[in-house]
Every structure is written in structure tokens, then in C-alpha cells.
Design a binder for this molecule. Sequence first.
Ligand code: 13P
Length: 291
Amino acid sequence: MLVNFNEMLAKANKEQYAIAHFNINNLEWTKYILEQMNELNTPVILGVSEGAKKYMGGFYTVYQLVTGLMKDLDIKIPVCLHLDHGSSFEVCKEAIDAGFSSVMIDASRYPLAENMAITKQVVDYAHSKQVSVEAEVGHVGGTIDNLYGTMYQATLEDCLMLAKTGIDALAPALGSVHGLYRGEPNLNFERMQEIHNHLSIPLVLHGGTGIPMDMIQKAIRCGICKININTELQVTWHNVVSEFVKDHPNIYDPRKVIGSGEQAMKDKIKALVSAFTYASCSNKKEENNII
Ligand code: 13P
């Protein structure tokens, strides 16, 4: 059964580690992520962008795909199916009505009052169905679904205001960007810590790809407990598959071509999750079972 992210993020927030949000794009990726996370016995958030929804057919297809795989693969971990960057109340409602257990409303392109009004509308509808809600303030920027946006940072005041809508998690833009970084990422840890000191709700780091592990771990110490990863799995998969195609020009079975990236993706997932889990954990005795 799908769950919303409240319980998994509350635990992560309290114990200072991060839950991985991996974007899914197709059957194979969903299967690899579920299998690997189940093996690690660690909860996961599967993020679906509007572009991925369109690619896969629609929210209902995605819901059926994920729940079908969970049943067929006997997945035992908590799985949250989450709309990533929902652009309007209507899109969030469509995802919720199709069975998603969580949504992100991203009205960060609007002035704060409008962002708050749209977010509140989503919160009211989502909470009536036990669906969790994430919202963004400031603007993460970079490239997602081939759309480019300019980054600007969230202020503490904006975060406190947006939190009043009753959201379950907040994504404050603090220097991270979607897609590949040009140069070293420059995260505003000071403000992250300040927001965390004033707000008890879980904080989300978007644009997790390419952020060095020491920065990821510092972000977790500053209150981040959900980290979104999309491009990193794409690059990992693409590097291996393009080599495979070059080396095997006569293999055209899509199961073999697509599947040639499976192990590399699983290895990458394992490495990321272990960094998120043990980040800042030098004084913790727990094993890798964080359920
Ligand atoms: P990356 O593509 O940079 O990993 O960002 C993913 C993300 O933040 C999805 O919301």
C-alpha cells in the first residue's frame, strides 16, 4: 500500500537523516528503484513530474504501474507516490484523484500571496484525503522537463508565511538548481539552519544531483530530510547504455538495451541512500534499517 510521506519524514527529521526522492520515468526505472530500496529496507518517495506523467500516459497509469509492481515484486517498504512540481491546483487534484499519496504544489513562480492561496487550496483538498503536501518558496531554478527557470533564494519570512498554509514539507530554494551544476553548488547553509530553527516541518532539498556528499551531509545537519534526485540517475543510466549500444550494435532487444543500465542505476541508488542515511551519523549506532 502507498503511504503519504508524513511518518517517514517525521522520523528522518527527528533522527537527522534524509529520505530519498527518486524521479521515475518508465516501468524499468520504477522496478529498479523499488527492488533496490526494498533490498536496502529503506522507505522511498517516487517523484513523478508532469512531463513524466505525460510520457507514461497519465496519473492513473502511473498509479497502476507503481502499485502493480509493488504487488508483483512483493515490496515491503513504505512507498510514497508523489507528484513533483505540480503546477496548479487542478493538476494536484488530478494526481490525488488517481491515487497519489502525496503532491508537491509548486506555485513559486507567483508572488507570495498567490503562492499561499494556491498552496492552501491544495492543502485543504489533499488533507481531506490523507495526502501529504510539499510546497516551494523562492525558486529552485535550472532545468526540469526541458524547461529552464532562474534560481532565487527563499527568505525566512517567506518560509514562515508559506508554512502557515498547513503544508507538510517545505522546499525553500537556497542555491540548489535542477540538472547539472556549472561549477560548485553554492548552498546557503546559514539560512537553511535558520529556517530549520524556526520551523518544525521537514525541509526538502531539490536539485540533489551533483551536490558533493559533504554538502549533502551538511544540509542534513541543517534540517534537510528529503533529497530529490533525478538527473543523476539519468546520467548514470545513459553513460552505461550508450557504451552498451556502441559495443553491441546487433543487440536491439529493448529489454537488453534498457536493462544494460540496471546494475549501474542500482549501484548509484545504493551509494546515494547510504550517504543520506549515514550523513551526520557519526554519533549514531543504528544499522541501515531506518523503517
Ligand atoms: P536533479 O535533476 O537536479 O537531481 O533535481 C531533481 C529534483 O529536484 C526534482 O524535483
